[in-house]
Design a protein around this ligand. Structure first.
Ligand SMILES: [Zn+2]
Length: 217
């Protein structure tokens, strides 16, 4: 069986990047803005935006700040689902939520909608949908995330949160000696008081009812 590859791609060539994630320009500082929360690629208006990875259209939304935004989901090499947001699109994309995307398929048209100083696409990545639209601390550097997922083998074991399980003991494995049990010095041993029986000094005085007190049934 061929090894599966996590095959993501950069939106455009590196030379089109005009601002990286986390950048704090003097303009941002002067205006009390947060550090840059995504990666900007600037191309001419109307350039098609290719999908970074295969996935599903998760949300299409207009915001006064980010303009037309499309959010897709994508799985990384570790089986983790990411929300990737493409912002400032030229117009509302003709997709429906739930529609599948191939890698490189046009996810929208590059624009200048929302608070944008020129045609570019602002791309963000987050583990949550809210994070795509939220502050910088909710996101990760999408550029680095893409680099980590360009043609790399997919982890074979899926990431599933599981309570630790005891390995099944084969039939012929000898039972470990008690000394091998982990020391639990921090836990006081549970002591059960011995079962009490009513004091019966002289059962002969109880006659035929002695058994009621002796614990016999
Ligand atoms: Zn940006």
């Amino acid at each position: 069986m061929a090894k599966r590859l996590s095959d993501w791609r950069m939106v455009y060539d590196e030379k089109y990047i005009t601002s990286h994630y986390g950048e704090m320009s003097s303009y941002r500082r002067a205006n009390g803005m947060q550090a840059h929360s995504g990666t900007d690629w600037a191309r001419s208006l109307g350039t098609r935006i290719p999908a970074i990875a295969k996935g599903t259209i998760h949300k299409i939304q207009y915001s006064s700040v980010l303009g037309w935004v499309v959010v897709q989901t994508a799985m990384d090499k570790d089986g983790i689902i990411w929300y990737l947001g493409y912002c400032h699109m030229d117009k509302k994309p003709g997709y429906k939520v739930g529609q599948k995307l191939r890698k490189s398929q046009t996810v929208g048209i590059l624009g200048n909608s929302g608070q944008s100083s020129g045609p570019h696409v602002h791309v963000t990545a987050s583990r949550t949908l809210e994070g795509v639209f939220g502050v910088t601390s909710d996101k990760v550097d999408v550029y680095k995330l893409i680099l980590a997922n360009v043609k790399v083998p997919v982890r074979q074991k899926p990431v599933v949160a599981k309570a630790p399980e005891q390995a099944p003991v084969p039939e012929h494995t000898p039972t470990p000696e008690p000394e091998e049990a982990p020391a639990r010095a921090d836990v006081a041993p549970t002591l059960r008081p011995p079962r009490r029986r009513p004091p019966v000094k002289d059962i002969s005085k109880l006659g035929r009812f002695w058994h009621l007190f002796s614990g016999k049934k």
